[in-house]
Ligand binder design. Structure first.
Ligand code: SAH
Length: 258
């Protein structure tokens, strides 16, 4: 059996209990070398074979999976954050299906959640934005035209931009070209969220590239943009004394009885 497991954003205790259990029991691990905290490999049992996928092709990964299957061994494929974002998991799952090798998938804490936690931020602030856009700048991997950063930037929604820390000047230009953010819209760059070497750079859309440059951040960072990083918002309806819900009677409820 192949277990896809989300390792979480970095801190080794941010893997799920299920993911940790699978790691403890497995005979083989293939981990995403540059981003998974090696401390997690310490959970594995003695004799567990460890492969770093940063040095491997899809074919080599599949060969290790096939070999484990033939020998009746369990294998954990450890991806950073949650496997469902920029994890290149679908191609592995489809290949395993074609080979008749069973697999399952254990989610993890994505780095866009780790980065929000580092900042004490909420993407969906009432009165500011109710939408979080998870995207990336086109690099060697192209982005479909309709999802060009400047188009997504026309909404003014909260944004988490992955895989783009090396292109902060282009990110800044695209964000401004979208028309909904201004030079003063708050932004942040979070480097290695939840790792001991985590770095937080708060800036604005207008100072993004200069701030990233000054901090020397060009990889393993996520760029967050939007009014949700600012100071003004409305309080929630859910916890407003005036608001009746299925579970709580608020002061807006009609008087009972009579
Ligand atoms: N599946 C992962 C993303 C993998 S793509 C997830 O859910 O987080 C790799 C990109 O993720 C990096 O270029 C960076 O943009 C982001 N990333 C991964 N770990 C990070 C961390 N601890 N802090 C900030 N960004 C991180």
């Amino acid at each position: 059996m192949v277990h896809f497991v989300g390792a979480g954003p970095g801190a080794p205790d941010l893997i799920t209990l299920r993911g940790a259990e699978l790691l403890k029991k497995t005979d083989v691990v293939i981990y995403a070398g540059s981003l998974v905290n090696p401390a997690l490999l310490g959970l594995t049992k003695e004799g567990c074979a460890v492969y770093n996928s940063a040095e491997m092709t899809l074919e080599q990964v599949l060969d290790v999976m096939k070999d484990a299957r033939e020998r009746g061994l369990d294998l954990v494929r450890l991806h950073t954050g949650d496997p469902c974002l920029y994890g290149a998991v679908r191609e592995q799952m489809d290949a395993l299906d074609a080979l008749g090798i069973p697999w399952d998938d254990t989610p993890g804490v994505s780095s866009f959640c780790g980065a929000a936690a580092a900042l004490g931020a909420e993407y969906t602030l009432p009165g500011v934005s109710q939408t979080a856009i998870v995207t990336r700048m086109a690099g060697r991997t192209p982005v479909p035209e309709g999802e060009a950063l400047e188009k997504l930037a026309s909404h003014g929604a909260s944004m988490a931009i992955f895989l783009s820390a090396g292109m902060q000047d282009k990110v800044q230009a695209a964000l401004l070209a979208g028309g909904a953010y201004t030079e003063n819209t708050p932004a942040a760059i979070v480097y290695k969220a939840t790792w001991p070497e985590e770095k937080i750079v708060r800036c604005t859309v207008g100072t993004l590239a200069a701030a990233g440059d000054a901090a020397g951040i060009w990889k393993t960072a996520i760029i967050l943009v939007g009014g949700f990083l600012g100071q003004s918002y409305e309080r929630s309806k859910l916890y407003d004394p005036g608001f009746t819900t299925e579970f709580r009677r608020g002061t807006d409820a009609p008087a009972q009885g009579g």
